[in-house]
Write a protein that binds this ligand. Structure first.
Ligand SMILES: [Zn+2]
Length: 465
């Protein structure tokens, strides 16, 4: 791919014309619907319309699948200094990680491919690809079928192909959850010995998923091996016993006194397990055994204005922007090492003080307060996983002070230079990145939006440009 092909506005004319035609047709349809075309439809006609429209929607991934596959083959992620195509979609199209990953996986198996020497190859899953072109299969069904068959792709290709055809032929008649069951049956038929000995199966299927919700709370699911489940139960059980009103843990013996006092603990079993987990985590955080992160001991960083601190009211923010009440901060500070960092209105760090024990190298803390994570545009890597980067290299005379340092994740630290990016401090003393000319001819500096937002005063207009 030539560097020019990455600049906007150079899409070839037929592609542009076709896209414009598509947009015009869609706008026309919207207008017809707006004008009341649905009003006279009976139930049957309405369903027919919805199904016909869905069929068109089902075809659309053919286009982005082809574009994603082309981008992957041409090394677009590297040109844009992104780790993967998923990351490109996540930043460029503002998709969630799950959706970006789903599209990339679908493209990998459903789009036409090219061999290493450029020969055209058909799609890896021809039946699925054809059904998608015909609009007969939804993106969700594609994920179910492709995901199931990936488990047996290392086995007899003829059988996998037959399984794919069978599932595609039946997909139109099945809802997603039934299709999932049937897909598992097909996988079992292709790989009858696939049921691993129980222990290996437990090991293979283990996972812990943790996801932060938009309100700041966390949601998760897990499947633990029997060993870890036993250990966790042994750890949590003593901590989750109901508390007596005296705040002691109730004894095992079921005396009348205990039964009465235990009644005062009105937490549900689930809440007690939650609190027990928190106790266990606190205990671990207080111990000195944890590895250092980014040069500081494990640290919770909280932003709080002076006013809020003095008044004891309002909310601060964790380093990633999650709000936290001043009351909670006071509780946390009771067991933490505390660092003070005075910042200007625009976010530059003016002073740093520490109290209690010396917590960490001061500069890293100040850097975390200012950058909040990797400062490369679009990167969301958290500060714990970042390295400190000298903007002017140490060997070129760059000093080790705040105005010459920024946080970078390992990937960006080791890749930005060869991709033509440079870093400098803007007049607000915040780290901005200058893209190479083939990404932006005008080489306008980019500030990671996280830094803008974390230093944004709600009184001011938000400027993300
Ligand atoms: Zn990064």
């Amino acid at each position: 791919m030539s560097a020019d092909a990455t600049t906007p506005g150079s899409a070839t004319a037929p592609l542009r014309a076709a896209l414009d035609g598509f947009a015009t047709g869609l706008q026309h349809l919207i207008k017809v619907v707006d004008d009341g075309a649905l009003n006279d439809l009976g139930t049957h006609s309405l369903m027919e319309f919805l199904q016909d429209f869905e069929q068109i929607r089902n075809m659309m991934p053919v286009i982005d699948g082809a574009a994603i596959q082309y981008g992957t083959e041409q090394g677009v992620p590297g040109v844009l200094c992104q780790r993967t195509m998923t990351q490109v979609l996540l930043n460029g199209l503002r998709l969630s990680a799950g959706e970006a990953c789903r599209r990339v996986k679908a493209a990998e198996h459903l789009a036409d491919r090219r061999s290493m020497i450029g020969e055209p190859l058909g799609p890896f899953r021809p039946h699925l690809a054809q059904a998608q072109r015909d609009g007969e299969i939804t993106p969700e069904q594609v994920t179910v079928i492709d995901g199931a068959l990936r488990k047996v792709d290392h086995l007899d290709p003829a059988q996998v192909d037959a399984g794919e055809k069978l599932l595609v032929d039946n997909a139109a008649k099945l809802d997603v959850s039934t299709l999932r069951l049937v897909a598992q049956q097909v996988v079992d038929a292709i790989d009858p010995d696939g049921t691993l000995p129980e222990e290996r199966e437990h090991h293979r299927r283990r996972f812990v998923h943790l996801r932060q919700r938009s309100d700041g709370s966390w949601h998760g699911e897990f499947r633990l091996t029997p060993e870890l489940g036993q250990k966790l139960q042994a750890l949590l059980e003593p901590l989750m016993r109901p508390k007596t009103t005296q705040g002691r843990i109730a004894a095992d013996d079921d005396t009348e006194l205990n039964r009465r006092t235990v009644d005062h603990d009105d937490r549900s079993q689930g809440q007690r397990r939650h609190d027990a987990l928190e106790d266990a985590v606190d205990r671990q955080l207080r111990s000195a055994d944890l590895p250092e992160s980014g040069g500081t001991p494990t640290t919770l960083l909280i932003h709080l204005s002076y006013q809020e601190f003095i008044s004891g009211q309002g909310t601060g923010r964790y380093a990633d922007g999650t709000p936290v009440s001043v009351r909670t901060i006071a509780e946390l500070a009771g067991e933490a090492e505390v660092a003070w960092c005075v910042k200007s209105r625009t976010g530059a760090v003016l002073q740093l003080h520490r109290s209690r024990r010396i917590a960490s190298p001061a500069q890293t803390l100040a850097l975390i307060a200012r950058d909040g994570g990797c400062s490369f545009p679009g990167c969301t890597t958290r500060p714990e996983w970042c390295e400190r980067h000298h903007i002017v290299a140490w060997q070129d005379g760059g000093s080790t002070n705040l105005d010459n340092l920024t946080l970078l994740c390992r990937y960006h630290h080791h890749n930005f230079e060869q991709r033509g990016w440079t870093c400098q401090l803007n007049p607000d003393r915040l780290p901005v990145w200058i893209p190479p000319p083939w990404i932006d001819r005008h080489q306008r500096p980019i500030l990671n939006p996280r830094i803008t937002i974390s230093n944004w005063d709600p009184q001011d207009p938000l400027d993300l440009a």
